[in-house]
Write a protein that binds this ligand. Structure first.
Ligand code: ZN
Ligand code: ZN
Length: 261
């Protein structure tokens, strides 16, 4: 399985998950031209994508959906509770509804789980193919024990490291927005991300990518530094026991390859 983030942050999110038989986009928060360019960089064309899976209806996750679907007729998978707000964007012949149970797209098993966020039933996911398991959780106010359970056993986890608590406190946002971000249905801070990363690393996850970094309330160095220091303090040595990478708003991230057998 190959996993490659195509861009992450409040201006757009999309991740490519690819096996020998199946190519899926998780979210589609870029316009068609931008998404095409970023997929090209990954060596994939939009015509090859089998399905788009949606976490939630916020525009940074669905911005390009309507125009892409109109042109490329790709099936769109979203939770039953989210469809009422997506109907207008998608030809109903392409609507694929999932509930709270795992479902299959080609040779990928997709397992959804609810994360706490101020949208309609925001979803995290794991994607498995053979022994390869990839876990994804962004746009969540806190990491519940249920979310940790779902992510446990993943070889690779993409987890949100949205803000530095001090930068958010002293930053330019109005108080109501600050409260929203740090609240239980907002976004994870670097410290919350670090705590979850330690727990997952201790249960065997080796590869992590920090996702959905705020442009105003975080820096890549702060996110990376906070999480890697916390790992080191927990006797998990970065680049030896655990491999930590970043995702970026303006460009693709690393290629991650996970063995299926
Ligand atoms: Zn988002
Ligand atoms: Zn969101």
């Amino acid at each position: 399985m190959r996993v490659k983030n195509l861009g992450s942050g409040s201006k757009g999110n999309s991740t490519l998950i690819e096996t020998g038989k199946t190519k899926v986009l998780l979210d589609c928060g870029f316009g068609i031209r931008e998404l095409t360019n970023r997929l090209n960089e990954a060596g994939v064309s939009l015509d090859e994508i089998d399905a788009i899976v949606i976490t939630h209806e916020h525009s940074d996750h669905i911005k390009g959906l309507k125009s892409i679907i109109a042109k490329h007729k790709i099936k769109v998978y979203a939770h039953a509770l989210v469809w009422p707000v997506l109907h207008s964007q998608v030809d109903n012949r392409l609507e694929m509804v999932f509930g709270d149970m795992p479902f299959k797209i080609g040779d990928l098993v997709v397992t959804p789980f609810v994360v706490s966020h101020d949208s309609i039933n925001c979803q995290g996911f794991t994607f498995t193919c053979g022994k390869a398991k990839f876990g994804y959780a962004t746009d969540l106010g806190y990491v519940s024990s249920e979310v940790l359970n779902m992510l446990t056993g993943s070889k690779l986890v993409f987890i949100e490291s949205n803000h530095d608590e001090e930068m958010l406190k002293n930053g330019p946002y109005p108080p109501i927005l600050k409260a929203r971000i740090r609240g239980n249905t907002g976004h994870l801070s670097n410290i919350q991300c670090a705590e979850a990363t330690i727990k997952l690393a201790l249960s065997g996850t080796k590869y992590f990518a920090l996702a959905h970094l705020s442009e105003h309330n975080n820096t890549p160095a702060l996110a990376y530094g906070t999480v890697s220091n916390a790992l080191a303090n927990a006797m998990l040595e970065p680049e030896k026991d655990v491999f930590l990478r970043l995702t970026y708003q303006d460009k693709c991230g690393n290629n991650f390859y996970i063995k299926e057998t």
